[in-house]
Write a protein that binds this ligand. Structure first.
Ligand code: SF4
Length: 332
């Protein structure tokens, strides 16, 4: 691991809601991703976690420009991809691929696996027919399928096998970065570890960099090097996985981790039960977005948004308990 392969700066994705023509109020927006910044090192697996609706998938798609971000910069391999023309972006996509959560809906049911794997190669003008066949043979081997599978259609496979096809397709253009968007959450638990192990083996073999999006913190712990926790479109904490699990700082991270099942029966976890629902991103609370549910809320939290700040080397937290002159005393 060395230089950042990806630097995301102040990325926002807002969706306008219909304007109420009979009022003078400003047009409402849903802030699906609200000013997030992070970097991902070459060869790293960076986790984006949070409850469903926190904006993690929108963030993953915005940084690939599969959906256009509202604002912000995404520097990939030294180039700001938010400035690229459609043709330049198409070329760049070779290096940035995605694996989707639902392998069934992301694979064209009318096409055989052979065609699914060959299509990106044809679109990007890779090799002649014989060379492409060589690449497809290798892909099918590395994801643990057999050559007899090439003439079958997606519905003829199990969920785990379909995800292997999705991974093979993502690998076909030899990308540098793969955004894996909940890649195992639609799979049986028994199959999840096979796919996770496959992703780890492929990372080692091809030097891949991953952004791994998930809501399941035990899966993330297994595969990620560093983890960013998102709440209502914002990143509230970033840390190395060992630090995050051993000494979480943000109250929301603590609550999420307290809900992870503990395999050791002698350890009695202190479950933190959060009150209330996640607020709507169309009407996010002023100040700290978590203040309506935070057990440690203070007056300042209701009016001032905490910035994501370094609290110790490599550990960033957005919480007033960790900012200000007497932060050390306030820290829980
Ligand atoms: Fe809780 Fe305040 Fe920290 Fe927000 S800033 S997480 S409300 S203590």
């Amino acid at each position: 691991m060395s230089e950042p392969l990806l630097q995301v700066e102040h990325l926002k994705k807002y969706y306008p809601l219909g304007k109420r023509w009979f009022t003078k109020s400003q047009q409402q927006v849903v802030k699906a991703v609200d000013d997030i910044s992070f970097s991902v090192l070459q060869g790293e697996t960076f986790g984006l976690v949070g409850e469903s609706g926190c904006g993690k998938s929108t963030a993953g798609r915005s940084l690939l420009r599969l959906i256009e971000p509202t604002s912000g910069k995404v520097r990939f391999d030294g180039q700001d991809i938010t400035l690229l023309s459609p043709e330049a972006l198409r070329q760049k996509r070779k290096d940035m691929q995605i694996v989707f959560q639902d392998p069934f809906s992301s694979l064209d049911p009318r096409h055989t696996v052979q065609r699914i794997l060959e299509e990106p190669l044809i679109v990007h003008g890779v090799g002649n027919a014989k060379e492409r066949q060589g690449i497809i043979s290798r892909l099918i081997d590395v994801v643990g399928l057999t050559h007899s599978h090439l003439q079958r259609y997606p519905h003829q496979f199990s969920g785990g096998q379909r995800q292997r096809i999705g991974i093979a397709r993502a690998l076909s253009l030899q990308p540098k970065l793969i955004v894996a968007d909940e890649p195992v959450s639609a799979l049986d638990v028994s199959i999840q570890s096979q796919v996770i192990n496959l992703l780890q083996d492929l990372q080692e073999e091809f030097g891949l960099t991953y952004i791994f999006i998930a809501h399941d913190l035990s899966v993330v712990k297994h595969i990620c090097d560093r983890i960013a926790v998102m709440y209502l479109g914002r990143i509230v904490e970033i840390a190395d996985k060992n630090k995050l699990y051993a000494t979480p700082q943000h109250p929301y991270t603590k609550a999420l981790l307290s809900a992870v099942p503990e395999p050791d029966p002698d350890i009695k976890p202190q479950r933190i039960i959060l009150q209330g629902e996640v607020p709507s991103p169309a009407n996010a609370p002023v100040g700290c977005a978590f203040h309506t549910r935070c057990p440690w809320v203070m007056d300042i939290c209701r009016s001032m948004r905490p910035e994501l700040m370094q609290t110790e080397p490599g550990h960033l937290t957005a919480c007033h308990l960790f900012s200000g002159p007497d932060a050390g005393e306030k820290a829980i």
